[in-house]
Design a protein around this ligand. Structure first.
Ligand code: PLP
Length: 397
């Protein structure tokens, strides 16, 4: 018996291959440094954990409305108003099991078979798979290094066809760390207003910006806001990746469709995690936590930039998120101990095997000549890992 094409065509995550290898080697006692982390290495703040305990003690353990509790949706509306200058009503908010689930819901709600979704590359490797899962067709647009790997209005115009249904904007970007300026985003919004399509605006790294400022494209005009499905969550901002809370903010028609779909697929997101998220959003302690995390990430970012510069390795200076996008073009075609490096993936496999250092090859992110280094690890590990990489690259012939 066959399995469905929609799942047969899904590409397994390449990042898992390397991280699983690193984990196994660590368990065997090897001094492995992993630059693979996709989550902050901070504990969820105590005040959030306390709120979850209170919710448990109060017996908040039953189903909630499928789209999230009324209190949480109101708190998300306040957050969107305060931080992003956007007015939404609670009926426009759907709380889901992480931003990833929110993205899946968004594609489920808007895509018919064969609809095209423009995905600027490099991109987070989950986007194309979700688009395909929902019957859509990913249309990749390579962004350019000289534009800071950000999509330009002209590049967008050139990618539009009669089948274009949506575009994904991920700002700040995983894996490049790029942050759009207001002008850059507004230029894209202008093209969209001339060629209406949905905008999936993934703003999960919104609070992790070191240079520049975060803008939400939905602010461009009421027409653009109506076309935008804003995706955000608490995974990165409050170091709550395991709690699985994300959300969409969209027009009411889309919100109702997502709510109906979610009510059958998963019902409500975890009740305790929703109460914890409410506390995360309502307390001033969140700002304090975020400030500390941002300061530490910034110090690590500078450290990694300094060390890479010293090693003569080509990289993109990140303005946001917690990843450095490193070019490996200079190593492709070279050999390590007779083993030829023909791709970022081969390089990543050699780095883990020969230098005890895990990096993420970016083939799956639409950037075959790059690797991604996460700095959601300690400064000691960053220094040791980069030392390992430099020693390794110095042996390439
Ligand atoms: N969007 C981007 C760009 C991400 O990098 C991630 C996680 O790595 C997510 C969304 C998913 O976030 P969540 O853990 O809330 O599902």
């Amino acid at each position: 018996m066959t399995i469905a094409d929609r799942v047969a065509n899904i590409t397994p995550s390449m990042t898992l291959e390397i991280t699983a290898k690193a984990k196994k080697m660590k368990e065997e006692g090897l001094p492995v440094i992993s630059f693979g982390a996709g989550e902050p290495d901070f504990n969820t703040p105590d005040y959030i954990i306390e709120a979850a305990k209170v919710a448990l003690d109060k017996g908040m353990t039953k189903y909630t409305p499928a789209s999230g509790t009324a209190d949480l949706k109101a708190a998300i509306c306040n957050k969107l108003k305060k931080d992003n200058g956007l007015s939404y009503e609670p009926s426009q908010i759907i709380v889901s099991n992480g931003a990833k689930h929110a993205l899946y819901n968004a594609f489920l709600a808007i895509l018919n078979s064969g609809d095209e979704v423009i995905i600027p590359a490099p991109y987070w490797l989950t986007y194309p798979e979700l688009v395909k899962l929902c019957g859509g067709v990913p249309v990749y647009v390579d962004t350019k290094a000289e534009n800071g790997f950000k999509l330009t209005a002209d590049e967008l115009k050139a990618a539009i066809t009669p089948r274009t249904k949506a575009i994904i904007i991920n700002d700040p970007n995983n894996p490049s760390g790029a942050v759009y300026t207001k002008d850059e985003l507004w230029a894209i919004a202008k093209v969209v207003s001339e060629n209406p399509m949905y905008i999936i605006s993934d703003e999960i790294y919104e609070k992790l910006v070191y240079n520049g400022e975060h803008f939400s494209i939905a602010n461009y005009s009421s027409e653009i806001k109506d076309l935008t499905i804003l995706v955000n969550g608490v995974s990165k901002t409050y170091s709550m990746t395991g709690w699985r809370i994300g959300y969409t903010a969209s027009n009411k028609r889309i919100a109702s469709a997502i709510s109906a779909a979610q009510s059958h697929c998963t019902s409500n997101p975890n009740s305790i995690a929703q109460y914890a998220t409410l506390a995360a959003l309502l307390s001033d302690k969140g700002d304090e936590f975020l400030k500390g995390m941002l300061t530490e990430f910034d110090a690590r970012r500078k450290l990694i930039e300094e060390e890479l510069t010293k090693s003569g390795i080509d990289f993109v200076r990140p303005d946001g998120a917690f990843y450095v996008f490193v070019s490996v073009k200079q190593f492709i075609g070279k050999s390590y101990d007779g083993a030829k490096i023909d791709s970022a993936r081969t390089l990543a496999n050699l780095l883990i095997e020969k230098a005890n250092t895990a990096v993420i090859p970016c083939e799956g992110f639409g950037a075959p000549d790059y690797i991604r280094l996460s700095y959601a690890i300690s400064r000691e590990d960053i220094s040791q890992g980069l030392k390992n990489i430099t020693e390794f690259t110095s042996k390439l012939k």
